[in-house]
Structure formats: C-alpha cells, structure tokens
Write a protein that binds this ligand. Structure first.
Ligand SMILES: C[S@@+](CC[C@H](N)C(=O)[O-])C[C@H]1O[C@@H](n2cnc3c(N)ncnc32)[C@H](O)[C@@H]1O
Length: 392
C-alpha cells in the first residue's frame, strides 16, 4: 500500500476496497498438496501451512497491525469509494470501533450478515453460522445500487395491496424489494468449479454482490489480503480493474494460477523472496523465423530443485519432496510463465502454464522481434518463485 501511494500515485483512486484479513481465530491454516506422477506410486500427501492467525500479544497486536493498514487503505480510497472489512465474531466488535475512528462513525453504511450453512456446530454455544462485513464509505458521496431480491409474503399467499406488484414461483407469492442486510449465500462447496483448495476461500457470489452494488465497469477495486484471489477473479468477470496483494507464498501461487487467463503485472518484494528461490534449468533455442528479422524462441523446462532449507516442512515431509525431486522434479512446479520481452524489472507473462492432473506443459515457443531478454518464472507447489533471465 505504501508503494502504491508513493511510487504509483494512487492516492484517492480506488473505488472499492474489500479485505478479508485473518479473523483472530488463533488457528494455523494448512494446505494439503497431493502430487501424482507416472514415475512414482502413491506419493504421500504433503501438509504445509497456508497462513497463521496466531498473535503472541493477543488482540492488541492484531488490532495494531490491522489499524495501520486500514489507515493506508483510507488514503488509497476515492472520495466516492467504499471499503468492506470481512470478519466474524472473534474480532468484529473491536474492529467496528477502530473503523469508526479511522473512517468516521458517520460514514458507517451497513453491517452485512453473511449467513451460511456449513461448518461445525456447538453444544456450549449456538452454532456460529455467519460472518460480518463492515461497510464504510469514505465520504457521503459514495455510490450504491443495492439491487433487488424476492421477499416472500406471509404464508406465501397474495396480499393484493393496491399498487404493489406481486409475483408467484414454486414456493408461493412474493414481492421484489431492495436487498436487505442479511445475505444467505452458500460457502464454496467441495465440488464447486470455483474451488481453489485455498483455506478460507470466499464464494464468488458474495464478491459479485459487493462489486456490482458499489462499482461500475472500469472502476478500480483492491483486496490487500486476497488469499486465492476471489475478488480479482470476480473483477475479471465483471469488467472491473483490480489490485491484489497477499503476504503468503501459497496465496500468491493460488492467485496466479486462478488468474492465468488475465492480463496483469506481478510486483514482488525481492527482499522477502531472498533465499526462497529454487534452481530452475531451462533450454532456450533461438532460430531464424525466415520472415524479416524475427526469430522463434523455444523454451523447454528441464529440471527444478526447490529451496529445501526454507521449506516450511518437517523432516519426513522433506524426504517426500527429495524423493519427488529425484524421480520426477517437474511435478514440484505448479505454474510457470514466460515474458518474452522482459524489461529488466517487471515480469509480464505472455504465456502461462498451470499443472493439470499431474501433468504440466514443459515447452513453449513464440516469434520474437527484438533482441532483448526473456524472463522465465516458475512457482513451485509451496509458492516459491524462481526466475531465470535469458539475455538474447
Ligand atoms: C481469510 S484469507 C483471505 C481469503 C480470500 N478472501 C479468498 O477468497 O481466498 C486471509 C489472507 O490474508 C493473508 N495475510 C495475512 N496477513 C497479511 C498481511 N499482513 N499482508 C497481506 N496479506 C496477509 C493470508 O496469507 C491469507 O491469505
């Protein structure tokens, strides 16, 4: 956020900020990685941490971290923009007070209850089946189209009021009313097409409602705790521009995979990535295309070794990874992309490849006109990024 303010001049430009930060759940969210390889029988599932929501100094530390970020978000937000903070019972009441302080009590628009069915049940408390979203405007100039929804009549019978239009479906009679503040939307199901496997992924239907009610096509939206990129994925589908960030390697990897059809730029914090890159071996062939002065660049991924020392795994799991490295190393790559006209600073993918069921494309080619450099970037199954620059 500091970078966007200082280096990109984006102060006051973002129309919608949605954030779904850690909830102060005191949990460690894990990821299970199941590899398949023709060269190996039944590889044990690798379990690793996706992100941690434990705070040594408790609520004060959690709120301190969030407050600082909310203040930067306020600077980025447009005067007619709004911000949504997605939380649950653990911290929402404390964060409400902070939001009042940062954004102003008068700019509080709604407390949206997102009600769902899945999750556990309780015996010492009523089952917790909702999250709370705090919706604030930056100023009174915000825009909102709440949309409409069905409201069933009592007993599903017609009221026959004068000037009230009534409709009937298989359940019975209803009227259309402006959308209310309790939203019943299903969680992402185990077999849903949109499921990425990332812990705490939110449904696209929830984000679609938020984005469509507060923004128009072409508006800029941002999510600074994007996880598996639900917000950018919905922005892509609804024609909004987006900025997304996350500090977790697995989240960034899941996001890049989910957005592989989108046209976007990846900015990385090189300091944080230091020591976390693996070793990528590729063959690059340049041949004359036979037309004017262009050439064909052909790239083949040959080998990959992850940064074993920095993997967040115990000894047993590291042995599984070593075994895969020895027998079928390319299984450790989850996603790779090529920027055929690398500018020396930012990797802008021209071609991206995701691993499907145990299979990843290893070759790609393209006609190139300039003699510059090519950047090849691989993300492994743990989210480690390894970049190889080839000077032509
Ligand atoms: C609840 S998840 C977001 C899930 C997301 N909405 C989705 O649909 O996939 C919270 C995310 O916040 C990220 N996170 C935690 N602390 C962060 C920080 N200081 N900066 C950026 N991201 C952070 C975690 O890595 C995690 O991916």
């Amino acid at each position: 956020m500091k970078y966007l303010l200082k280096n990109r001049d984006l102060e006051g430009t973002i129309k919608l900020i949605y954030v779904d930060p850690p909830f102060f759940s005191k949990a460690d969210y894990s990821a299970s990685i199941k590899l398949e390889s023709e060269a190996m029988d039944d590889i044990p599932t690798i379990r690793t941490s996706a992100y941690n929501d434990k705070w040594q100094e408790g609520m004060a530390e959690y709120l301190g971290n969030l407050t600082f970020r909310l203040m930067l978000m306020k600077d980025l937000l447009a005067d007619d923009g709004c911000i949504w903070v997605h939380l649950d019972w653990h911290a929402v009441h404390y964060v409400k007070v902070i939001m009042d302080e940062v954004f102003g009590e008068k700019n509080f628009v709604n407390e949206i209850i997102w009600q769902y069915k899945s999750g556990g049940s309780g015996k010492r408390h009523f089952s917790r089946k909702h999250d709370t979203l705090l919706f604030y405007a930056k100023t009174g100039a915000y825009t909102l189209d709440p949309g409409t929804e069905k409201s069933y009549n009592r007993g599903f019978k017609p009221y026959r009021f004068k000037n009230v239009k009534e409709y009937k479906d298989e359940l019975g009679w209803y009227t259309m009313v402006n959308v209310k503040d309790v939203w019943r939307i299903d969680m992402v199901g185990r077999t849903a097409g949109e499921r990425t496997g990332y812990a705490t992924q939110k449904p696209e239907a929830l984000l679609t409602r938020i984005i469509e009610s507060c923004t128009a096509e072409g508006d800029l939206c941002a999510d600074f705790f994007c996880g598996s990129a639900t917000m950018p994925a919905v922005c892509e589908k609804t024609g909004r521009k987006w900025i997304a960030c996350d500090e977790g390697a697995l989240a960034i990897a899941a996001s890049q995979k989910r957005l592989s059809d989108a046209d976007f730029t990846i900015l990385t914090d090189d300091e944080k990535l230091r020591g976390k890159s693996g070793r990528l071996e590729c063959a690059v062939d340049i041949t004359a295309a036979g037309v004017s002065d262009s050439s064909i660049a052909e790239i083949k991924i040959i080998d990959y070794a992850p940064p074993m020392r920095s993997l967040p795994l115990g000894r047993e799991m590291k042995d599984v990874v070593r075994d895969v490295k020895a027998k079928d190393p390319l299984q450790l790559i989850d996603f790779w992309s090529v920027d055929f006209s690398y500018d020396g600073a930012v990797h802008r993918p021209d071609k991206c490849f995701c691993k499907g069921k145990g299979v990843i494309e290893t070759k790609c080619s393209r006609i190139i006109r300039e003699q510059g450099s090519i950047s090849i970037r691989a993300i492994d199954i743990f989210g480690n990024v390894t970049e190889k620059i080839v000077e032509l």
